[in-house]
Design a protein around this ligand. Structure first.
Ligand code: NAD
Ligand code: UFG
Length: 346
């Protein structure tokens, strides 16, 4: 039986690592991407790592005719839907673009899945749905809170749309994975996070600063009510996150009219200063940083309860923050060697 899996956004950061893990577990990933936030060179990296040429359909997931054709030609058993815009700040400036891309792509996908009898869906959600949690660690029973950005709202809307489609007895079985903070890169240094603009996320900013592409990192506040005063997050190695998707597909096999959501993190909180100190240790670099003011909208601290992840998927993360930072640095050094300009450097 075909084990074709459509991976929308498969050329992106998390998608590309998931493609590697899918191949390793006997699935046949088919990438659908319009490269609005990724580079074609990712396909070369994937081929070098896996020794296989991964099928690519270049196009827009909001284009129903295109998506119908992709499904007709490939007859997938399931979909992992990564394709979305993801910059929180930009979503406040361009809400319509975010609602259009993130919500319409999901609607089109669900319509085509229904029309073509494709029943398994793994959806990229985010811990952003919990807002500022009342209690830590955050369990799946923790209440969701009204999103503070259009981006966050697209994740909440998307989860609701999927839940409603399952409730309508469409035969769909779906899991929304609520990611905590993915960091790191493939251990080969051949794929990794490739910000096309100035990174807003911590780790790419750290590695670019150490590589001399940025003057200094600003730590957004050290006056929080945490042990060292800086924010705490649950940083998960992107390879572990990729593996969680494959486990979820396995879990969905044979299910019908089923919906659930699962936290995907390590269960451990790490502060911004701890990230900086660990990075300095593993890279043997002194990082130029300064303490700045708080970034509006930042949650003081959040980390996952991973009880459900362990119970439902019978799996837990295996890699460390230290390893992730080492891999991120190795990836950055490779980018510099290849003189890749698409790092928000004009
Ligand atoms: P990314 O931007 O690296 O990858 C997304 C990919 O989707 C890109 O290759 C982009 O070109 C493609 N894409 C976007 N819109 C498209 C469209 N309409 N048609 C075809 N392709 C399209 O992002 P990522 O970090 O890999 O994130 C993947 C998913 O995970 C997103 O849904 C994101 O919201 C979610 N997520 C990411 C994080 C994070 O910190 N990276 C955290 C929580 C959730
Ligand atoms: N930080 C800095 N300096 C920087 C960048 C980040 O100090 O230059 C700090 C932030 O203040 C925060 C931590 O590093 O405390 C992590 O910041 P990121 O931007 O890397 O990640 P966030 O936790 O803010 O955002 C992530 C995802 C979003 C998602 C959000 C939900 O990137 O997509 O979690 O909480 F919406």
């Amino acid at each position: 039986m075909s084990k074709n899996i459509i991976v929308t956004g498969g050329a992106g950061y998390i998608g590309s690592h998931t493609v590697v893990e899918l191949l390793a577990q006997g699935y046949n990933p088919i990438i659908v991407d319009n490269f609005c936030n990724s580079e074609k060179s990712v396909m070369d990296g994937l081929e070098e790592i896996t020794g296989k040429q991964v099928t690519l359909f270049e196009g827009d997931c909001t284009d129903k005719a295109f998506m119908s054709q992709v499904f007709s030609e490939t007859n997938p058993i399931g979909v992992i839907h990564f394709a979305a815009y993801k910059a929180v700040g930009e979503s406040v400036e361009k809400p319509l673009a975010y609602y259009h891309n993130n919500v319409v792509s999901l609607l089109v996908l669900l319509e085509v899945m229904q029309e073509q009898n494709c029943k398994q869906l793994v959806f990229s959600s985010s811990c952003t749905v919990y807002g500022t949690p009342q209690k830590l660690p955050v369990t799946e029973q923790s209440p969701t809170q009204k999103a503070i950005s259009p981006y966050g709202n697209t994740k909440q809307i998307a989860e609701d749309i999927i839940k409603d489609q399952v409730a309508a007895n469409s035969g769909l079985s779906a899991v929304a994975l609520r990611y905590f903070n993915p960091i790191g890169a493939h251990s080969t240094g051949l794929i990794g996070e490739l910000p096309l603009d100035i990174p807003s996320n911590l780790v790419p900013f750290v590695t670019q600063t150490a590589a001399g592409l940025r003057n200094e990192l600003t730590i957004f506040g050290n006056d929080y009510n945490t042990p060292d005063g800086t924010n705490i997050r649950d940083y998960i190695h992107v390879i572990d996150l990729a593996k969680a998707h494959v486990k979820t597909l396995d879990y969905l096999t044979g299910k019908s009219n089923f919906y659930d959501f699962i936290n995907v993190g390590t269960g451990k909180g790490t502060s911004v200063l701890e990230i900086v100190n660990t990075f300095e240790k593993v890279s043997n670099q002194k990082l130029n940083y300064t303490i700045g003011t708080r970034r509006p909208g930042d949650v003081e601290q959040i980390y996952a309860s991973v009880d459900k992840l362990k119970k439902v998927l019978n799996w837990q993360t295996e890699l460390t923050v230290e390893g992730a930072l080492r891999d991120a640095w190795n990836w950055q050094l490779n980018l510099n060697r290849k003189d890749i300009k698409t790092q928000g450097i004009s």
